[in-house]
Design a protein around this ligand. Structure first.
Ligand code: TYM
Length: 328
């Protein structure tokens, strides 16, 4: 893949975990040499549920530094903050009116998961969130959106919205496509393998955060649930917890799952988990060393420069859209 326009983003709604890294972030640096990459910290998405204002400001920098520590190079890619560019919310409104349909939003599984039984009392923003995400993507002529599996449906909605708008008003939007890894696109909770590892989980024992204390992370792996069989092979249906741990091992340790199955044949879960904990700890140590070498000032400068570059692209697209619908 080369010369493509690539866009992705992460919400500053909690501490980033190895699920976010494996499913999304780890794909991004590999793409930046040959493509035009744009990576956003989506703070307007984060406020779809109540956030502490100070925390939100702090997390903005935390995520920006995480992007840099993961290997995104601001000389090659654009890194910016969503709320710095008003074209995102403006286009979201336009798409709410021209392109998005209630029937489409009603199908979004993430909304159903997040709202649970409280569908009537959550914010309208939480329901409308995929339309803002479509605006993020469509403003930049995005062709490829590298995300974890849980965001695939939202990218498909962005495609549908773009097609409908193009059809009704004229060809203005590129039709984007999600890229989801074949392995690691959905990392599960350490204590409940039926549940996604999530940065907004109240029980942080379910996740390993990228900035977790090293010894705490080791303990979390040792406490992770497995099953009663004590034999190590990959089978998501029969052995979801162990298959999740094998995936984490393979992804963070750069090993193939098949190879791990061979290496651990006849060995027990205790030994496997101890080795996995070593792999996770090594990964976290390397990551945190890079993270700690980046200052807040540096991160702020990156966002400032990113804003300038992204805004020019976004405003141009918004102007075209407004002309088509008769606003200006
Ligand atoms: P967010 O902030 O929930 O997650 C960021 C990225 O991490 C992926 N991810 C996972 N991958 C594997 N296993 C997991 N357990 C796991 N949990 C999360 C997500 O799929 C995502 O790629 N709506 C988006 C942010 C967004 C966006 C965009 C993304 C806003 N605008 C435009 C792409 C393009 C979100 O809430 O991701």
């Amino acid at each position: 893949m080369n010369d493509k326009i690539i866009f992705s983003g992460i919400q500053p709604s909690g501490r980033l975990n190895i699920g976010n890294y494996i499913g999304a972030l780890s794909q991004w640096p590999k793409m930046q040499a040959e493509n035009n990459c744009i990576f956003c910290v989506v703070d307007y998405h984060a406020i779809t549920v109540k956030q502490d204002p100070e925390e939100l400001r702090r997390r903005l920098l935390e995520i920006t530094k995480t992007y840099l520590a993961a290997g995104i190079d601001p000389e090659k890619s654009i890194i910016f903050r969503q709320s710095d560019i008003s074209a995102h919310t403006e286009l979201a409104w336009i798409l709410n009116c021209a392109g998005a349909r209630i029937a489409d939003l009603n199908k979004m599984t993430q909304f159903k998961d997040k709202a649970g039984k409280n569908q009537e009392s959550v914010s309208v923003g939480l329901y409308d969130y995929p339309v803002l995400m479509a605006a993020d993507i469509l403003l930049y002529g995005t062709e490829i959106v590298p995300v974890g599996e849980d965001q695939k449906q939202h990218v498909e909605l962005a495609r549908d919205i773009a097609k409908r708008f193009n059809n009704d008003y004229g060809e203005v939007f590129e039709i984007p496509q999600a890229i989801v890894k074949t392995e690691g696109a959905r990392i599960m909770s350490l204590l409940d393998p039926m549940k996604k590892m999530s940065k907004s989980d109240d029980n942080q024992n379910n996740c390993i955060a990228l900035l977790d204390d090293i010894e705490e992370a080791r303990k979390k792996i040792m406490r992770a649930v497995t099953d009663s069989e004590d034999s190590i092979y990959f089978d998501v249906a029969e052995k979801p917890a162990l298959s999740n741990l094998l995936t984490i091992y393979a992804q963070l340790g750069n090993r193939e799952i098949k190879r791990l199955e061979k290496d651990y044949k006849g060995k027990g879960y205790g030994e496997f988990k101890k080795d996995l904990a070593d792999v996770v700890v090594k990964f976290l140590e390397d990551f945190q060393a890079k993270y700690n070498s980046i200052s807040d000032e540096e991160a702020l400068k990156v966002l400032e420069r990113g804003k300038e570059k992204a805004e020019a692209i976004a405003n141009k697209k918004l102007k075209e859209v407004k002309e088509l619908i008769g606003i200006k």
